[in-house]
Design a protein around this ligand. Sequence first.
Ligand code: AOF
Ligand code: ZN
Length: 341
Amino acid sequence: MTKDELYMWRAIELAELGRGHVSPNPMVGCVIVHHDIIIGEGYHQLYGGPHAEPNAINSVEDQNVLSEATVFVSLEPCAHWGKTPPCANLLVEKKVRRVVIGAVDSNPLVGGKGIQILKDAGIEVVTGILENKVRDQNKRFFTFIEKKRPYVILKWAQTQDGYVARENFDSKWISNSYSRQLVHKWRSEEDAILVGTSTASYDNPQLNVREWEGRNPVRIVLDRNLTLEKGLYLFDQSQPTICFNQVKSEKSENLEFVQLSRGFGVEEVLEDLYQRKIQSLIVEGGAQVLKSFIEKELWDEARVFTGQVQFGTGISAPLIKGKLISESEIMGDKLVVWENH
Ligand code: AOF
Ligand code: ZN
């Protein structure tokens, strides 16, 4: 690892402290180094609050040495007047000697303009240090900005013999309670969670975070003809819920019916969620809905549990082709994570 990578690693580590508090902004960390000693650190702590760079600059005791210092920042310093003044201007004002950047900010308000401001001021700029790490850390932000849709995570549990449910939708537990707890953690990490009509009606899921601490995602249910019973947990208004359909638009507290008029496909759903600034979505089934995301290539990650049971017959699990990211074992269940490439 080079010195630049080492300090960038620290910036990424700092950025991570913002996870869960800065969305829909990216996580960003900043380290200031003078003669090989870290003299300042900061990160973007809270959505709407100061960015990483001013926090790091303010932490430096002797502001006079900034002109000989190198600033390591995981994301390109911003060039726009947003909720705070442009960070690139701040670095120019402080006359820092060198700026090392992880990834370019794809936000059209920034997109290279921050780098240009620095270069125009005669500051030495290096980019692309641990870029993949930074992009992976902020995969939701980058997918949302670049693909104009939420980051999509598919999740399902299948039996040893490849079924996600019995023909009659009976017997919903395939994975063990530890795996299910992990799923609750995952729910707390995403903006929204989606299920189709069959899953909503047969499983009557609550789609909240019960077995973990954290905030509930927005619940999304697809019910084209509004045939779902209103007594289901999904309609109890206990957390923000959107029901996409082709019948009506109607809004009450925590429950919104949205009529999709242009079509009822995955594209239209994701388009609506993008407009609502939902950056990430976890799709929890059923098989038909999962398959439609796969068919349209509108997914980023798939997390597949294989439990220890066999059904012999039933509804087949989706088939997925992607890059294998990890394989692990959770008390007898197998968990495989795929990435779409
Ligand atoms: C930086 N440093 O630490 C972060 C940046 O609404 P604002 O003013 O907070 O601006 C948000 C945008 O600024 C966000 O979409 C992204 O492009 C950039 N985030 N930039 O220089 C930071 N968090
Ligand atoms: Zn900024």
